[in-house]
Design a protein. Structure first.
Length: 524
């Protein structure tokens, strides 16, 4: 059995272990089956820098849910007694698959010195580097296909270096991080765990491979797929790599921000879909997930189709998406900018997305190239499909309801629990109103994202839902960016932000750069 062990760093006694770089010569104390508790407390052990996790079992094994055979949630970590003078932390999870090649599953830095741990499935905390598989800027759950026990090590570095670390690239690997922090390590704590997989593991099933193989993403916009025996968990931050919000002609002034669709909060897609005795209507909210990790909603406005079709009303951008009330980006019709990355024929046999009942969503045609027919039940058909479960499939169309009107199969719990996946951080600023020339870009000077639009008529905006600001016809800009480091720490210390972890600074400006409403910070 692989046993849990902690590396004990004693900076006062092992000077060579506390000033170096990526490797440590620190003493390791292995814990046997029954931990030995000294009758007289050891003052050195009490003050040691330690790392523990609830996702490492007593026998030293990593829990299934932290791997690709579960939801793929990043494990919780707790640390104690970091060295004096610690200004930030950096984290690496490494694996040795047995071929002598060191790989990294988790690269995270710019972690505040005020932190004492990370909760399970903690995301968007610190700065993510790229793992060795993909690579993607996210936690990469263990998914080795080789036989035998695989060993994994979590190493937390206490640094004398304040955040943000000065980096020259947006994609930092594990080895890059070690080189970067080499002269700033005050101490390190480690935790080891093991996990074994076989060809029969849930993450290796054919159904899981269909979903995993369908994913279209890159390192900057990562998407992951992990599977237990029931569901594929599609993880992402809900943002595409293509442009967003360009071409909208009616807006509610929401903007796209990163979402927590990771691990156990990923979108659950049934691996073995079956027909529902009574198909469930898709009248509001998400109906599935596109293969770039962006949710797909039904065509209607919030509250039901009696409130209008978002595409007809001009509320969608040129890619058929927009930002919702949680400042989340999602599609309401065929994700045509995503589909433009492949030939039309590709999507005849490869899903462009997955419905919440487990059936694939394909392009405009069937696998044989003929225009897909739509039945009178849910708007799909029973034609033969590739790379997805047989029995039923949906196809995008240019006519409402664009994808599906109901679920032919039994939907996952995410349909009923959709609200729990979103975390709105502000009141809807306005009721949608007509605009033109909307664009979303990034200011090269200060990295603010800039949503610019023109209004032919005056309109009223709000920041809290209880205030109001009158704006004359003209051109306006919503400028916003995520807070980090000291600014983020300061925002999270406020009572109204207790329990939150992410904040954004917002500015509202007219064409001359002036504003009649104050700048504001929203957190979630």
């Amino acid at each position: 059995m692989l046993q849990k062990c902690w590396a004990i760093i004693m900076c006062g006694l092992l000077v060579s272990a506390c000033g170096g770089g990526g490797s440590s010569s620190a003493t390791q104390i292995a814990i046997s089956n029954t931990p030995v508790i000294p009758t007289t407390p050891d003052p050195v052990a009490i003050n040691s820098f330690t790392l523990t996790s609830n996702e490492v079992n007593q026998d030293g094994s990593l829990t299934v849910d932290a791997t690709c055979d579960g939801s793929g949630s990043s494990p919780s970590l707790t640390w104690r007694n970091p060295p004096a003078g610690t200004k930030s932390f950096a984290l690496l999870m490494s694996t040795d698959p047995g071929d002598g090649i060191l790989k990294y599953n988790w690269v995270n830095f710019n972690l505040s010195s005020s932190l004492t741990g990370l909760s399970k499935n903690s995301v968007l905390v610190g700065t993510y580097g790229v793992g060795s598989d993909g690579p993607t800027q996210a936690y990469q759950p263990p998914c080795s296909q080789g036989p035998g026990l695989k060993k994994y090590k979590f190493t937390l570095y206490a640094l004398s270096m304040a955040t943000p670390l000065k980096i020259s690239s947006s994609t930092i690997s594990g080895s890059d991080l070690l080189n970067l922090i080499a002269n700033g390590v005050l101490g390190q704590a480690t935790l080891e765990a093991g996990y074994s997989r076989t060809s029969a593991s849930p993450g290796s099933s054919t159904a899981c491979q269909w979903v995993r193989s369908s994913i279209q993403a890159n390192a900057q916009v990562p998407v992951g797929v992990n599977c237990d025996t029931q569901y594929a968990y599609v993880s992402s931050k809900g943002l595409p790599s293509h442009t967003m919000l360009n071409g909208i002609t009616a807006t509610n002034l929401q903007v796209p921000t990163a979402q927590n669709f990771w691990g156990s909060n990923g979108w659950r897609i049934p691996l073995s879909p079956d027909f529902a005795a009574n198909p469930v209507s898709a009248v509001d909210g998400p109906i599935g997930i596109a293969v770039n990790g962006v949710p797909i909603f039904n065509p209607c406005k919030q509250g039901g189709c009696q409130n209008g079709d978002t595409k007809v009303l001009g509320e969608l951008d040129v890619c058929n998406g927009h930002a919702g009330r949680a400042d989340d980006y999602h599609y309401h019709a065929a994700p045509i900018c995503l589909m433009a990355t492949k030939t039309d024929s590709y999507w005849n046999s490869h899903p462009v997305g997955w419905a919440l009942d487990g059936y694939g969503i394909f392009g405009f045609n069937n696998a044989d190239g003929l225009v897909a027919s739509r039945d009178g039940i849910c708007g799909g058909n029973t034609s033969s499909v590739s790379n997805a479960p047989a029995g039923y499939s949906y196809h995008v169309t240019a006519a409402s309801p664009y994808i599906l009107s109901c679920f032919r199969g039994n939907p996952s719990p995410d349909l009923a629990n959709q609200a729990a996946k979103f975390s709105p951080m502000r009141q809807p600023p306005v009721t949608p109103f007509a605009i033109s020339s909307m664009t979303l870009s990034t200011d090269a000077v200060d990295a603010y994202q800039v949503l610019e639009f023109s209004a032919d008529k005056s309109f009223t905006s709000t920041e809290t839902g209880k205030d109001s600001y009158s704006n004359l016809a003209g051109t306006y800009k919503i400028r916003y960016k995520p807070l980090a480091d000291a600014e983020l720490d300061a925002a999270l210390t406020k009572a109204e932000n207790r329990g939150k972890s992410l904040c954004w600074a917002f500015q509202f400006r007219n064409a001359l750069g002036a504003s009649n409403q104050p700048d504001v910070v929203y957190c979630k």
